[in-house]
Design a protein around this ligand. Structure first.
Ligand code: NI
Length: 192
């Protein structure tokens, strides 16, 4: 059963392409400071390299999503290759955290019917693209969020960029002042 929607506005912060040994840890600390939860769409090859960090993300109550093993365009792959890109990451996350991911985000947002059929996880795109990877400018990233945020927004950022750490701090401060709760994607979905 779905819960009744709370009065407070909610957004989902999402961080792609990590985990990253320093930036992700700093973002985890910021999230704790602001009592915020987020979703991390991790790459399998990085999960493999940073298993403790991956475990830490989950241990702190954040959600892990599958962003494939190698960040390939899934629409260019065969069924078997898609399966490999996804299944390996599911297995690794389950082995590390005890729970397989429920969500995935296709690299570049690229998907088609075959991809959706083969992956078998809930697909999550975004409603606000901060373009943090392009601008590397915390103030600009903040203004993209300010201009576009609404109840239920899904905000795309990347925790592999150092400037995104500072941007996350600005965004969290703004969201708190604007009376938004930051929740995981699964929590956001449970109220829709
Ligand atoms: Ni990505």
């Amino acid at each position: 059963a779905k819960d009744t929607a709370p009065d407070k506005k909610r957004v989902a912060l999402t961080f792609d392409d990590g985990p990253h040994p320093t930036n992700t840890l700093e973002i985890l600390q910021l999230l704790e400071d602001y009592q915020a939860k987020a979703t991390f769409f991790v790459l399998g090859n990085r999960v493999d390299f940073y298993p403790d960090l991956t475990k830490e993300i989950a241990a702190r109550g954040h959600e892990l999503g599958n962003h494939t093993w190698n960040h390939k365009d899934l629409t260019a792959l065969s069924e078997e290759e898609i399966n490999q890109e996804i299944q390996l990451v599911n297995d690794r996350i389950e082995k590390i955290t005890g729970q397989p991911p429920r969500l995935y985000r296709p690299p570049y947002g690229a998907k088609n019917d075959l991809v959706q059929e083969v992956v078998g996880l809930t697909e999550v795109l975004w409603t606000i693209d901060t373009e943090d990877w392009k601008s590397h400018d915390p103030d600009k990233i903040l203004s993209v969020v300010k201009e576009n945020v609404t109840d239920g927004s899904i905000i795309l950022m990347h925790d592999i960029h150092e400037t995104t750490v500072e941007a996350t701090k600005l965004v969290l401060k703004f969201l708190q002042e604007a009376d938004y709760d930051c929740v995981t994607i699964s929590d956001l979905n449970s109220y829709e």
